[in-house]
Design a protein around this ligand. Structure first.
Ligand code: SF4
Ligand code: SF4
Ligand code: SF4
Length: 314
């Protein structure tokens, strides 16, 4: 019998990751998951169950929760726990243990990245269809927002934002665009905040990160309630999943048409450098715009030094 047979089943670890299990999970976590299976355990039972693995069972639980190896089922001191699954753990691992993630050979990381985006896309398809059917529901990263609209979302927030490393760029590592740009608001159970992560931000700090991201070629997406994402076109799972399921224009939703005034353009090439989809291109002094390639993310518009790119609300 394969030594991790039970673990692989309970933690739903794909075969491409089997060789690296001891990097993703500590030996005590492996033993705990093998005992817990997929059942939910409340603190008293969990203490008994894990007491022959460690002298500090609740310490193990708290660390495993912080590492997204366990999930919480409810809030409070008596919260019950269940083993998470590999899909939950992978993003945390890449976000918070980047050196370990980088120690896995590039080709194997690429396979796990593809597995992750395909799994994400298959789950997102149903959520998007539901959101399109029912106007009161929104999928994550539902809209592209302009810089001003994004700053207003921060001004209108009820609570305080916090920043975490972008999980898509941490897993995919397809570019070297800024990673400390993921601004979250949700602090409830199973949020990164509740797991002990995140740098608290003032609203001004959050707005500075967004302005910096916009100038760096990162696109602002949000559904307004849980996060402001500053996304690229090569790592971002929502954008890549949207491509996979053919949802360009619907997710993140296109709100503006982009209009290029070729006569005003001075050929600086800034739009071509910023665009994540190659819609603006520069060939020597020649600039071209392909509206079919444009996702209407809007970042080129505010960054054009002569205002040659305008937005028309749809
Ligand atoms: S959705 Fe965007 S900002 Fe959020 S984690 Fe992914 S790429 Fe990063
Ligand atoms: S940023 Fe503006 S001026 Fe510069 S190439 Fe693009 S459209 Fe032209
Ligand atoms: S051309 Fe379209 S996709 Fe490219 S930066 Fe401008 S709005 Fe975004």
């Amino acid at each position: 019998m394969y030594m991790y047979e039970l673990l692989v089943d309970y933690f739903q670890i794909p075969e491409i990751a089997h060789d690296y299990i001891p990097l993703f999970l500590r030996s005590e976590e492996i033993a705990a998951i093998e005992k817990m299976g997929r059942a939910l355990y409340c603190p008293e039972k969990l203490r008994d169950l894990l007491s022959d693995i460690t002298g500090d069972p609740m310490g193990l639980v708290s660390e495993a929760y912080s590492r997204s190896v366990f999930n919480k089922a409810e809030d409070g001191d008596d919260a019950c726990f269940q083993a998470a699954v590999f899909y939950d753990r992978l993003a945390y691992f890449a976000q918070y243990e980047p050196e370990l993630w980088k120690s896995i050979p590039k080709e194997r990381r690429a396979l796990m990245d593809t597995w992750y985006v395909e799994k994400y896309a298959s789950g997102a398809r149903g959520r998007l269809e539901e959101a399109l059917r029912d106007n009161s529901r929104l999928i994550e990263n539902a809209f592209f927002f302009t810089l001003d609209e994004t700053l207003k979302i921060i001004d209108d927030l009820d609570g305080d934002p916090y920043m975490v490393p972008c999980n898509c760029k941490s897993v995919a590592m397809n570019c070297d665009k800024p990673r400390d740009v993921c601004i979250l608001f949700k602090k409830g159970i199973n949020s990164q905040w509740d797991r002990g992560h995140g740098k608290p931000l003032t609203r001004e700090e959050a707005k500075d990160i967004i302005r910096f991201a916009n100038k760096s070629g990162l696109m602002q997406t949000s559904e307004m309630e849980s996060a402001i994402c500053n996304c690229d076109g090569c790592c971002c799972y929502p954008i890549r999943a949207s491509r996979l399921i053919g949802a360009k224009g619907l997710w993140p939703k296109k709100v503006y048409d982009v209009v290029w005034d070729e006569k005003s353009c001075v050929g600086c090439g800034k739009c071509a450098k910023l665009c994540n989809f190659g819609a603006f291109r520069q060939d020597g002094l020649n600039i071209t715009f392909d509206p079919e390639a444009c996702w209407s993310c809007t970042i080129c518009s505010g960054n054009c030094p002569v205002g040659a790119i305008s937005l028309e609300r749809i």
